[in-house]
Design a protein around this ligand. Structure first.
Ligand code: UDP
Length: 240
């Protein structure tokens, strides 16, 4: 990295970070905890674009049941709208910490968010505003992981940070399998070959193709976001 260039990170936050484990919706404690960490990082001069998930409200895939009259593509658009709801909550919570923000949406929604325009997003980052990116990619049948990979590439981020509720990537779900093995470092190919469910396959393929490093870490551990953003190897680092 050019030492003159300020550090720029794209942070993917799942909707589930907005509520206690096994819960749904938005818990103010969870949102405030995240907002405080993000604001503190921004105050240190790190440029942060947050790509917001929506799974705490709904995911398109949950309407796949055979008796569902909601078309799958409609359900995905509903999921993208959920990310805007979360984005609005995060925006106010970060601004309550005194940090300026901009909410941008890939689905035009002028009354509540700016349209996502790459050059404008980059300008906000340069001005020290936390950019919250909602609406995913604006297209159905992918998840916000793909949106995060896409934004990290086009905004020329130093790293894509994926905040999770576990310490990194394991061979299996560590919550369900006590023998799951933790990986310190993985290549993109390892993830594809072992079929590890880290991010959706399109997101991994995009990062692999363009050599975008990804750090998967536990956001609930105090200080982790800052350490990951500043380049410390915590959790699992995915790279070439
Ligand atoms: N979604 C979509 N296109 C996108 C991003 C998201 O269709 O580019 C939909 C998809 O249905 C997804 C939902 O929005 O399940 C919510 O996003 P996601 O599941 O990624 O949220 P997270 O799991 O990160 O909370």
């Amino acid at each position: 990295m050019d030492s003159e260039k300020p550090r720029r990170v794209v942070l993917k936050i799942s909707g589930e970070s907005f509520c206690p484990p096994q819960d749904r919706g938005i818990s103010m404690d969870s949102v405030n905890h995240l907002a405080a960490q993000i604001a503190s990082l921004a105050r240190k001069g790190v440029q942060i674009a947050v790509v917001m998930g929506g799974g705490n409200i709904l995911r398109g895939a949950q309407f796949k049941a055979s008796n569902s009259t909601i078309q799958e593509s409609t359900a995905h658009y509903m999921g993208m709208l959920a990310t805007v709801i979360n984005g609005l909550a995060l925006q106010d919570a970060i601004e309550a910490q005194g940090q300026p923000t901009r909410l941008m949406s890939a689905i035009p929604m002028d009354a509540v968010a700016e349209p996502y325009i790459r050059r404008r997003a980059a300008h906000h980052l340069e001005k020290g505003r936390v950019v919250i990116i909602a609406g995913g990619t604006g297209s159905p049948f992918v998840t916000t992981d793909t949106a995060a990979a896409q934004r990290a590439l086009e905004l020329d981020a130093d790293i894509l940070l994926k905040a999770t509720k576990v310490d990194g990537i394991y061979s299996d779900d560590p919550v369900k399998n006590a023998n799951a093995v933790f990986f310190n470092t993985l290549s993109y190919e390892d993830i594809q070959r072992r079929n590890l469910r880290v991010m959706d396959s399109e997101a991994i393929a995009k990062c692999a193709e363009h050599n975008m490093p990804v750090m998967v870490f536990n956001f609930r551990t105090e200080g982790n976001l800052e350490r990951a953003a500043l380049g410390e190897h915590i959790g699992t680092l995915v790279k070439k």
